[in-house]
Design a protein around this ligand. Structure first.
Ligand SMILES: Cc1cc2nc3c(=O)[nH]c(=O)nc-3n(C[C@H](O)[C@H](O)[C@H](O)COP(=O)(O)OP(=O)(O)OC[C@H]3O[C@@H](n4cnc5c(N)ncnc54)[C@H](O)[C@@H]3O)c2cc1C
Length: 390
């Protein structure tokens, strides 16, 4: 069985960013992907807009600000041709939104000025999602069309599908978390759609109101514009549709009637929202992509080691009675790490988080607590305790 220092499962922006930073420490890395290429999951559906989060000070906004600064510099320095730093005009949705915007003024982390009917942020950018994932993983050995069905620990290694061994294993599987057998590690799939159109209308900047419009790029004598994105949470069983995480290459499938109905409705929603931003002439929809964002319960990413809940309960039975155990004393699943839960901002968060995770594993640097998986375990254990009291 072939052995690797690091195996990464999932070749979206999370797995590819991680591969890039791990590659600085080892050349013995393998990236595994169920689909036929990189960026064929959520990462292939994204408009890949990079834009500031506005609001009052809070930990999530700080995380987005830090990540946005890091990621823009990272893309600019390493892949300048794949970044379009044209700026974004944010247009308030209504008068209440405008008031909110005014109240956020003291907390703005980035320069801006009034423009058109909104506020222009020069930092606003897009990246080319497929090309960036490809470039990040350029030097990395990859196997496509390879679904990991089983992982198990054996003699200090992680064994993958009885085929491969890894000293350290990284799960970057997005909305599909079936490989993690821990109940506290919970992801919500928020499906979405992005469309590309051709129009005769030229856009000089990105725009954001109830949807995002990209700066236009000339194509076949017309202007190509990306419009993203919709948000669909399905509570019913969608296994007979394309909105099914177990499928491969979702955007290459011919969709059935039930899926097409949702897709058509989403096209209409996106075009209506887009027209509310700019009058777009002679529209022709030329591409449609769907994908599932992976959102954590508290919207923060899910990064680092996983707590072994069974061994931790065995070692500290009082956790179940509400006793708090320090993170460093909990039992961990050895040599298993996640980079997940990047929600609707993967292209902003992933490069920053990948660097933070690699620095923590290789150089022992402390990660910010709010992104670590420990918080999920603690919250879940507390809930178990409360339920016990009912
Ligand atoms: C319509 C839409 C628009 C969006 N717009 C933006 C935007 O403008 N800006 C932004 O920053 N973000 C945007 N996002 C969010 C962004 O796309 C995600 O945050 C990001 O792509 C998540 O990356 P990921 O690598 O974590 O997951 P994914 O890209 O989903 O990658 C996970 C990969 O793991 C693979 N995998 C899973 N299980 C297995 C297994 N068992 N074996 C092998 N492979 C496996 C999957 O096939 C998949 O390729 C958007 C998302 C959508 C859906």
């Amino acid at each position: 069985m072939k052995k690797y220092d690091f195996i990464i499962i999932g070749a979206g922006i999370s797995g590819c960013s991680l591969a890039y930073f791990l590659n600085k420490n080892s050349k013995n890395i393998l990236l595994l992907e169920k689909n036929s290429d990189v960026a064929f999951g959520a990462s292939g559906a994204a408009g890949a807009f990079l834009s500031p989060l506005l609001g009052i000070e809070n930990k999530f906004k700080s995380l987005v600000t830090t990540s946005l600064k890091f990621s823009i510099d990272f893309y600019k320095n390493n892949f300048p041709n794949l970044l379009n730093n044209c700026g974004t005009i944010r247009i308030p949705k209504n008068s209440i939104d405008e008031e909110k915007f005014q109240s956020y003024m003291p907390f703005m982390d980035f320069d801006f000025e009034e423009k058109e009917r909104g506020y222009f942020f020069p930092i606003g950018s897009t990246v080319k999602p497929y090309e960036i994932c490809k470039a990040l993983s350029n030097d990395i050995e990859k196997v496509f069309d390879y679904e990991v069905k089983n992982i198990e620990q054996i003699d200090g290694y992680w064994k993958i599908n009885d085929d491969l061994l890894a000293s350290k294993l990284f799960l970057c599987t997005g909305a599909n978390i079936s490989l993690v057998k821990e109940s506290y590690f919970d992801i919500r799939a928020v499906w979405g759609q992005k469309i590309d159109i051709l129009s005769s209308t030229k856009l000089e900047f990105n725009y954001h109101k109830e949807c995002s419009l990209s700066k236009s790029v000339e194509q076949a004598g017309k202007q190509k514009i990306s419009i993203g994105a919709t948000h669909n949470r399905f509570s019913e069983d969608m296994s007979d549709t394309s909105y099914n995480l177990n499928l491969k290459n979702i955007n290459l499938l011919s969709h059935n009637g039930k899926s097409l109905k949702i897709i058509e409705e989403d096209i209409e929603k996106l075009l209506n929202k887009a027209k509310d931003i700019k009058k777009l002439e002679d529209i022709e929809v030329i591409d449609i992509k769907i994908g599932a964002r992976a959102s954590s319960i508290d919207y923060f990413p899910m990064v680092g080691s996983l707590v072994d809940s069974k061994s931790s309960f065995f070692k500290y039975p009082h956790i179940k009675n509400g006793t708090h155990i320090k993170n460093e004393n909990l039992e961990l699943i050895p040599n298993l790490f996640t980079l997940n839960g990047v929600g609707g901002r993967g292209f902003v968060l992933a490069p920053y988080l990948a660097n933070v995770l690699v620095e923590s594993i290789i150089n022992g640097k402390k990660m910010p607590e709010e992104i670590e998986n420990f918080r999920l375990f603690s919250r879940w254990a507390k809930k178990l305790n409360n339920r016990g009291k009912d």
